[in-house]
Design a protein. Structure first.
Length: 361
């Protein structure tokens, strides 16, 4: 609702340290619709000193990826930052600031500082006026395992349509990568981390008895040891192509427009921005029957295929089955899903969540 003349707009501060994923920028743009009556700004700092200085200029403090504010290689620095962040959250709450937390991950991806991460999440769940999750399964996990059902709001992840360049045709993208037009191309795109199961993917792909298949793995590696593992596995199968370096925004479309499907063999998952990115480029996914993937693929496998076991055999079978799927229909379903998750609509749901947090709903 547009504020009446003279009425103060609700001051929302979105806090996140993530830079490469445009999620918070897209959310902020949506929240700036004039009729929502919000004054929105982005920050990347969170500490007790920062909260003390800002506490009178904030109505709603909306946090993302809490663990990134206190997980560092040094235990001493991590502990010091953890204490400052938790005191800051407590001070914000005592100062009358509404705390909202978007739960992107139940588990820290690299497993760094697991106790601090778990304690931090537990305190965040106690202090927050509203918890935002992206799917009903995560809300159920919060209620069942973390005893937090009050003030949990399910609002879907928005799309990435228009967030990255998308001008290349399939033929142009494949030409840049040296891929033939008749190859069936599987893609894993994004930061390369052990929890994503790419070692298992290469092994499962190696059992696929077809000559016209290509597996592309593109993204930055942070763990040199894991990089060596992937290189050794890929060396045994010349159908596997590794591009283990940061992929600039303008180059994302090369991989996404060249592939037939994206494969996301994660070992654990809460939210998958990679799946939403694939859908935004009309790319179906192959993923395990875990968490958000069940809803993302759809009850009738509209937007990809799911597999069940963790031995790799079922992943190989899914890689084979997707070749025979109606990929044209899946692409249409992916495009429709992405278009339905427009940030303007999602931002209005966030604004309603902020309003309800004042009422304790």
């Amino acid at each position: 609702m547009t504020p009446a003349p003279g009425e103060r707009r609700t001051r929302v501060v979105i806090v996140s340290r993530v830079k490469r994923n445009p999620y918070v920028q897209l959310l902020a743009e949506g929240l700036r619709q004039p009729e929502l009556g919000l004054d929105v700004r982005l920050e990347d700092n969170l500490s007790v000193g920062w909260v003390w200085a800002q506490r009178c200029a904030i109505d709603v403090l909306h946090l993302h990826w809490l663990e990134l504010f206190f997980t560092f290689p040094s235990l001493g620095r991590s502990l010091k930052r953890w204490i400052s962040v938790m005191l800051g959250l407590w001070l914000a709450r005592k100062s009358g600031v509404r705390l909202v937390y978007t739960l992107h991950n139940l588990e820290q991806h690299e497993g760094r500082r697991p106790r601090l991460t778990r304690w931090g999440l537990r305190l965040m769940l106690r202090l927050a006026d509203a918890i935002h999750v992206h799917d009903a399964e995560t809300a159920a996990v919060l209620a069942r395992e973390w005893r937090r059902a009050r003030g949990v709001h399910v609002i879907a992840h928005g799309n990435y349509v228009g967030a990255y360049p998308n001008t290349l045709t399939r033929a142009q993208a494949r030409a840049q990568l040296g891929l033939s037009d008749d190859a069936f191309v599987y893609l894993s795109l994004g930061r390369v981390r052990p929890y994503k199961g790419l070692d298992e993917l290469i092994a499962a792909f190696g059992r696929l008895p077809v000559a016209d298949a290509t597996l592309l793995i593109a993204g930055e590696v942070q763990d040199p040891g894991y990089e060596r593992v992937l290189q050794q596995l890929a060396a045994a199968d010349r159908r596997v192509q590794l591009a283990l370096a940061f992929v600039p925004e303008k180059a994302l479309q090369v991989y996404l427009n060249a592939c037939d499907v994206a494969v996301l063999p994660y070992r654990h998952v809460t939210t998958s921005g990679a799946a939403h990115l694939a859908f935004s480029f009309e790319v179906p996914i192959v993923a395990p029957r875990l968490g958000c993937f069940v809803e993302l693929v759809g009850p009738r496998s509209e937007r990809g295929l799911l597999y069940d076991d963790d031995t790799g055999a079922d992943l190989t079978e899914a890689l084979a089955r997707v070749r025979d799927a109606d990929l044209a229909a899946m692409r249409q379903a992916c495009a429709a899903y992405a278009q339905a998750h427009d940030w303007q609509v999602i931002a209005r749901q966030h604004a309603a969540m902020y309003a309800r947090s004042w009422r304790g709903a």
